[in-house]
Design a protein around this ligand. Structure first.
Ligand SMILES: [Zn+2]
Length: 468
């Protein structure tokens, strides 16, 4: 054997070995028991975690919010030695995570890991104000992977997340606070001055495990649970929201994803920047929540957050369709339900306004506040890392609406609804499949579809009133 062949084999085996040792474990089940202490901005917790293939030998790594400290790791009752140190981590609102490492000497096919940890969740000093995550006197405001790592995450930052199970979650807050997690609420009891809720959720993506606790009042309407602040305006709004939600969910389950997981829905009044959607939880900022019926904007916000599970189709992070699917689909498809209930006229007027805003921004390069916009990119030239840059901006927010509205016009309503159902009822989709699907429903517009997806061109015929 030649020396360079031997060397290359050695090198390849080294690569395989190192990637084998550092391969992240895939957690298949979490049991969490967490006590939140708003008074001192802190929490203490223990997590019991199971893995798909147990634990192979090698170095294991997980991450937690940077202010948390692990006090013990056990496997089958035995203490495991570990190291912990702060590291830079992009998928944390503080940009710092606690990296915890430990070594498994021999394979443990059915090992359960028990991790005890505690610490603070102070507000962000690093990222934007929209990272409102924290624990303080107002309550608990946490999201999960990508934002606030309040339970151990076996993933590097900037990597694809995955779905897992939380079979047993117990959350304690001082009496007076009410907690909302995701999934199914099993019970709520008051004991020793603590409000203790039990939850369970399966097949949930690690980015959706939000937890919120505030001094809420609650309105229950069938399977819709509305958590609002204790004042008259919020109380009235809660009733109106309950009605609107039921209408929209009925429409979405008929025309969008048929098996969307929305068995019970939790709608929460939130502080600023709290317009979020996580599995079966929707957060609306107070401003949006209280003005639900006086303006179209809050309705659109509610409809947008509600529609996420009804248009969620899995797309790999390295697929060019990623950004359009994750935020572009909801940016348009929430309008269908509103179009149905508020009328086509309102919808059309709104689309004309969207087109005006879009051109104003495209031509001026600045947004309505005068801030410089990112360089325009075609839908299919965006990478997953472009997501936050274009999420709220004129591309995923605005151009997406114009694109799907063009499809609606060209296909006609009936065909467009069949196309939509064909699109959102898939488990997963790739760029090529998306293009074929569009070409299948609009065979005479292949060139135009290409222009929409792969260029920044916006020919006259794309305009809403073209040919009129
Ligand atoms: Zn969204």
């Amino acid at each position: 054997m030649k020396i360079n062949k031997i060397l290359s084999i050695l090198f390849i085996s080294f690569l395989m070995l190192s990637s084998y040792c550092l391969a992240m474990e895939k957690a298949t089940d979490y049991k969490l028991d967490v006590t939140f202490i708003p008074e001192s901005s802190s929490m203490k917790a223990n997590a019991v975690i199971k893995f798909a293939d147990g634990l192979a030998e090698g170095i294991k790594v997980f991450y937690l919010h940077g202010e948390l400290e692990v006090s013990s790791i056990k496997i089958a009752g035995e203490e495991v030695k570990f190291q912990q140190a702060p590291v830079v981590y992009a998928y944390e609102y503080s940009l710092i995570a606690k990296q915890v490492t430990f070594t498994i000497e021999k394979p443990l096919p059915s090992a359960e890991l028990r991790i005890e940890y505690a610490g603070f969740f102070h507000p962000s000093a690093s990222r934007s104000a929209s990272d409102y995550m924290r624990i303080d006197d107002d309550g608990v405001f946490l999201r999960a992977f990508q934002y606030s790592l309040w339970f151990p995450i076996f993933l590097e930052d900037k990597t694809d997340s995955y779905a897992t199970n939380f079979s047993d979650v117990t959350l304690s807050v001082p009496e007076g606070f009410k907690t909302v997690f995701v999934g199914e609420k099993i019970s709520e009891t008051i004991k020793d001055g603590q409000n203790i809720t039990k939850w369970r959720v399966s097949g949930i993506n690690l980015i959706h495990l939000q937890v919120t606790a505030q001094r809420y009042k609650v309105l229950e309407r069938e399977n819709v649970h509305i958590y609002f602040y204790d004042n008259e305006k919020s109380q009235t709004a809660a009733e109106q929201i309950a009605l609107l939600v039921r209408q929209l969910v009925k429409y979405n389950s008929k025309y969008l994803k048929k098996n969307a997981k929305t068995d019970s829905l939790f709608i929460l009044e939130m502080p600023e920047y709290g317009n979020i959607s996580a599995h079966n939880m929707v957060g609306l900022t107070s401003d949006v929540f209280q003005n639900i019926n006086s303006e179209e904007y809050p309705k659109r916000t509610l409809a947008h957050e509600l529609v996420h599970p009804f248009v969620s189709v899995k797309v790999s992070r390295d697929d060019p369709l990623f950004c359009l699917a994750i935020e572009g689909f909801p940016s348009y498809f929430h309008l269908l339900g509103l179009r149905h209930f508020s009328g086509k006229e309102k919808y059309n007027e709104f689309m004309v306004r969207v087109e005006k805003w879009f051109f104003k921004q495209k031509e001026s390069g600045v947004d309505h506040r005068g801030n410089k916009l990112p360089v325009e990119k075609p839908f299919m030239k965006m990478s997953a890392d472009d997501y936050s840059t274009y999420k709220d901006g004129y591309i995923l927010w605005g151009k997406t609406k114009l694109f799907f509205n063009y499809l609606l016009r060209e296909m006609g309503e009936e065909k467009f609804l069949v196309f939509t159902s064909d699109l959102v009822n898939r488990d997963s989709i790739k760029e090529k499949e998306f293009v074929s699907l569009l070409e299948k429903y609009l065979p005479s517009k292949k060139e135009q579809i290409h222009t929409w997806l792969y260029t920044n061109d916006f020919p006259e015929e794309f305009k809403i009133n073209a040919g009129k």
